[in-house]
Design a protein around this ligand. Sequence first.
Ligand code: DC
Length: 231
Amino acid sequence: METSAARTAPAVIVAIDGPSGTGKSSTSKAVAAQLGLSYLDTGAQYRAITWWMVNNGIDVSDPTAIAAVAAKPEIVSGTDPSAPIITVDGTDVSGPIRTQEVTSKVSAVSAVPEVRARITELQRSVAAAAEGGIVVEGRDIGTTVLPDADVKIFLTASPEARAARRSGELKGADLHTTREALLKRDAADSTRKTSPLAKADDAVEVDTSDLTLQQVIECVVTLVEEKRAAK
Ligand code: DC
């Protein structure tokens, strides 16, 4: 529930970037909830457009085919950190976008410039509409989508820590396979030509390998509160 303190505090835009398994989603949702801010999961948007491509028989190894239909699906993101649903053409795809099939194809789809242009525009309009401020999590938020964000955080963690967290979320998936899949996706996301995964020069880097989730949340909340106080 929004507190009166949250309502009267100046709007603040928080960009949280980093690879998967660093605690980005859990941290972003908790920070948004704690500070009464909206929340946007941009990875879910790339997953949603990938889900649509797969569902419509588009060959995801063909960037031209992807580009030709990139404008078709209507994607709507909820911004409530306690229930961040996402719909495609009116269907709730919050569950289906987390399948192994979508996860293995999302890097290819999100590397296509027409997809990025479409989704980036969507992200900027969601952020602009969030009156009290918003936490936006992704890979290129601080560098490309919202370069003027008030607070920029770049979360990192060792491949071992990330694989252990992800295999826990996947109910004990094999650690080695999980680690290899994570590193493969990182490599694809970091080396693509259009807005790759990267730390903005003015982002604060937080290595979460040896921190609890609560410690990471506190660290980010403190940075946001300091920024708000200075506004
Ligand atoms: O955070 P996630 O694992 O749900 O993200 C899924 C994919 O989407 C990830 O492999 C890279 C891509 N992505 C992106 O290219 N840019 C973003 N801002 C967010 C995600």
